[in-house]
Design a protein around this ligand. Sequence first.
Ligand SMILES: C[S@@+](CC[C@H](N)C(=O)[O-])C[C@H]1O[C@@H](n2cnc3c(N)ncnc32)[C@H](O)[C@@H]1O
Ligand code: SF4
Length: 459
Amino acid sequence: MPIVDTDIKNKIIAHDRAVPRYTSYPAAPVFQAGFPAETVTNWVDVLPQNSNLSLYVHIPFCPKLCHYCGCFTHITSRYAPVEDYVHLVRREIASMGRRMQNKHIVTHLHFGGGSPTMLVEQDFRLLMDTFREFFTFSDQAEIAVEVDPRHMTESLAMTYAQVGVNRISLGVQDFDDKVMQAVNRVQDFDVVYSAVNHLRAAGICEFNLDFIYGLPYQTVRSLTRSMDYALLLKPDRLALYGYAHVPWKKKNMRLIPDEALPDNGARYDLFMTGSQVLEESGYRPIGIDHFVRDHDDMAQAQDSGTLGRNFQGYTNIAPDALIGFGVSAISQYPQGYAQNTTASHDYQEAVLHGDAPPIAKGYAFKGEDIARKAIIEGLMCNLQVNVKSIWEQYTLDPERLQECTSLLSSYIAEGLVSLDQDGLLVIPKAARQIVRIIASCFDEYLPPIETAKRHSMAI
Ligand SMILES: C[S@@+](CC[C@H](N)C(=O)[O-])C[C@H]1O[C@@H](n2cnc3c(N)ncnc32)[C@H](O)[C@@H]1O
Ligand code: SF4
């Protein structure tokens, strides 16, 4: 069993509720439908020359559905829809590239999904060629791909290396047979081991492993063993995500029997278990779910106070804008967010017949949004933030801040957070799992508890 402070554990569990994961503020359910594409094109046009850009491209296809999956994806055994999609995304990239006139510098490109590894090598090269034709990449640009280890081959790894991919995130989830069978994802250690070897042999050495705690039939013992296996692969980073169970939104999650899911006390123990194994092996915790080696860029970003959070989770790269391509992709500009349509037909129509981005939803920052965003991001990244200095920086009404901090009183009384005279809010390391709940005290748009079925539980 992990070493757990039972008092803190019980207090945290008692506060568990459904809150956002705060990969954005406001959270995506607050974005407005029918947001005008012209507003977004205007945001693009006023981005200053030489701004740093992060690019994201969403590949919404997988050959087989994992029952826990919360990502936006379609299951297909045929390649034709993937090929058609690549054609559309290349048009979208070209259209945005023409609008941006090569005035900016790309410091980060991320292929996410779904499964980008569904793309045949020729299509992956075509996408990379299109990005390079329309955008200028910095020499040190990070080019990252989310990899399903079951798809990795020696040849695919070579292709990735040849086109400049230098970071990989491998979806592992767990190594336990019973757990993986229950979620429809049978994937032996050997499969992951050989994927890592192919990538390392091709010269791609920076890699992250994704794990999930809270999956059906997971136990402290099984997760400890899985973490031990993970350590054999010597990843630079490891993510240990809390399983976000939202069966009212994602039908595939209904295939997981409720009685097989760990309750919130067991989830707490599972996270503590993973955390302890990793920390004892020299990994440093970052935010709510990442663990990295000391030499890693993310550890250095944490030390220098530049760690950020975006739709892909934590990032050591702080771009001026994030531009998303493909269905459901979200972009972030200094003025707000824009989300592409999730409807394939609408996406196709917009990309083939218009020159505005295929937007379905968006959000323009207003009022106290930017200050609240800075507070929430500070908490999610560093577990501490000076709320008063951020509020003063934006010359906002102190009474409005008082309304938020008054929500903290029970957490302060229980020792789960402290707030000093100068406005420094600190969550002790032992209470790390309360972070999303403390952050939600600064969320102006949080729905009341009884209508909170938008989000997963916090613990
Ligand atoms: C797009 S997938 C990764 C690439 C590839 N599709 C794969 O699964 O190997 C991104 C990651 O999201 C995480 N994930 C997916 N559904 C989740 C859920 N419901 N709760 C928490 N994490 C989840 C998994 O760890 C997964 O590796
Ligand atoms: S977890 Fe990855 S492979 Fe599984 S269905 Fe989701 S996106 Fe596809």
